[in-house]
Design a protein. Structure first.
Length: 236
């Protein structure tokens, strides 16, 4: 048997890595295509491997089971959605705390509508609980983001478990979105309105209908006082 030289082994390394990346992408692309066309409960590991043209024995090296594939897809959905949700808000979306909630719900709804595969995994109602946990953890971070915006702009009253209350509001939105997907197969405007009402109604118990704006703190002067009785000295 011919021996493989060191240079040949070195050349094989990048090729093997490229082949691995390509197979990962093929498996995820196949899973997305199947999820888009079929109920999530009918998608199988064998079907994903067959559509990707990757033997199951090889696919196991990248994604050991269907949960791992779902997890990779939902994690990518989460990161892209967070980038959309956490963009700076416009002035009209910060006129009161209710406007902040409505803006976040509208952004989430728009993103889900334009990413139906991710929406099926995140709010479709058929995702296994251990995978759905990824989305619930993301909701906790999103709720914290909205809460920080409110606290930056308004005097938010103190109450116990503020972060948990914000998280529960986010989960109320998630539940209403899921109801829409289960009942109609899509995210309808009526259900988006219900999601806003649910979150605002729940948070209103803690925040009230109006929050006073946080006073704007003027920046400290950079001018240093000069000697007693003399003019101010220029800042260095």
């Amino acid at each position: 048997m011919a021996r493989i030289s060191r240079s040949q082994r070195a050349a094989q390394g990048p090729r093997t890595q490229r082949r691995g990346v390509e197979r990962r992408e093929r498996l995820l692309r196949a899973a997305r295509e199947l999820i888009a066309r079929h109920p999530l409960s009918s998608v199988t590991y064998a079907a994903v491997c067959a559509r990707a043209g990757v033997p199951a024995s090889s696919a196991h090296h990248f994604y050991p089971d269907l949960d791992a594939i779902f997890r990779a897809l939902l994690d990518a959905h989460r990161m892209e959605m967070d980038a959309t949700l956490m963009r700076p808000l416009k002035a009209r979306d910060t006129r009161n705390w209710q406007a902040i909630v409505e803006c976040m719900v509208d952004r989430a709804a728009r993103y889900h509508r334009t990413h139906p595969v991710g929406a099926k995994l995140a709010i479709g109602g058929e995702t296994p609980p251990q995978i759905k946990r990824i989305d619930r953890d993301a909701d906790r971070e999103r709720a914290g983001f909205a809460l920080r915006i409110a606290e930056d702009l308004f005097v938010v009253p103190r109450f116990v478990d503020k972060e948990r209350v914000a998280y529960i509001a986010a989960e109320l939105v998630d539940t209403v979105f899921t109801a829409s997907m289960l009942e109609t197969g899509r995210l309808t405007p009526a259900y988006v309105t219900l999601a806003k009402l649910a979150a605002i109604g729940f948070l209103g118990h803690y925040l009230g209908s109006n929050l006073p704006a946080r006073p704007v703190v003027a920046p400290r002067s950079t001018v240093r006082r000069g000697p007693a009785g003399g003019p101010p000295a220029a800042a260095g």
